[in-house]
Design a binder for this molecule. Structure first.
Ligand code: SF4
Ligand code: SF4
Length: 134
C-alpha cells in the first residue's frame, strides 16, 4: 500500500515536485504519459507538497496514519513460576552460550527468592530428592 497518495484532482503541474525540500518527489514523462513518483525513504513528511498543491490533490493524512505491521514473531520464554514474560528463546540461547551455563527462566523476583516451590517448578522430576517433597 502506498503511503503517499494523490487523488484524481492532480493535474500534473509539478508544483509539489519543484518544492519538495527532500527531493522525494519526481516525475517521469514517458511517451504520452506523465507519472508522478514518490520515494518514501527520502520523504521528511514535512507536508510542503500538501500545503503547496493548488488542487488539494495530496492525501497527506496517509503519511501520518498507518497500521502497526508485524515484522517478526518469536518464541517467548516466561518465568517458570509466575509466567511473567522474560525474553525470547533465541535470546536465552545466546545468553546461555555466552555465560556457558543454563539460564533458569525466572523473573528477578523469583530468581532472588529461589524458594523450594521455584526449584520444584524448574526440576519437577527431582522434587523429592532431599525428602522435602509433598
Ligand atoms: S502540486 Fe498537486 S496538482 Fe501539482 S503535480 Fe503535485 S499533486 Fe499534482
Ligand atoms: S512531505 Fe515533504 S518531503 Fe515528503 S514529499 Fe511532501 S514535500 Fe517532499
Amino acid at each position: 500500500m502506498a503511503h503517499f497518495r494523490v487523488n484524481e484532482r492532480c493535474n500534473g503541474c509539478l508544483a509539489c515536485v519543484q518544492n519538495c525540500p527532500a527531493s522525494a518527489l519526481a516525475h517521469e514523462d514517458d511517451g504520452k504519459r506523465r507519472k508522478l513518483l514518490h520515494n518514501m525513504t527520502r520523504c521528511a513528511r514535512c507536508g510542503n507538497c500538501w500545503r503547496i498543491c493548488p488542487h488539494r490533490a495530496v492525501e497527506f493524512q496517509h503519511l501520518l496514519h498507518g497500521p502497526w505491521e508485524e515484522v517478526v514473531t518469536m518464541e517467548l520464554v516466561r518465568c517458570a513460576v509466575c509466567g511473567e514474560p522474560l525474553y525470547t528463546a533465541d535470546f536465552g540461547e545466546n545468553l546461555a552460550e555466552k555465560l556457558d551455563r543454563k539460564v533458569e527462566p525466572l523473573c528477578p523476583e523469583h530468581l532472588k527468592a529461589h524458594p523450594y516451590s521455584v526449584w520444584k517448578k524448574l526440576y519437577p522430576d527431582t522434587a523429592t530428592l532431599d525428602g522435602r517433597g509433598e
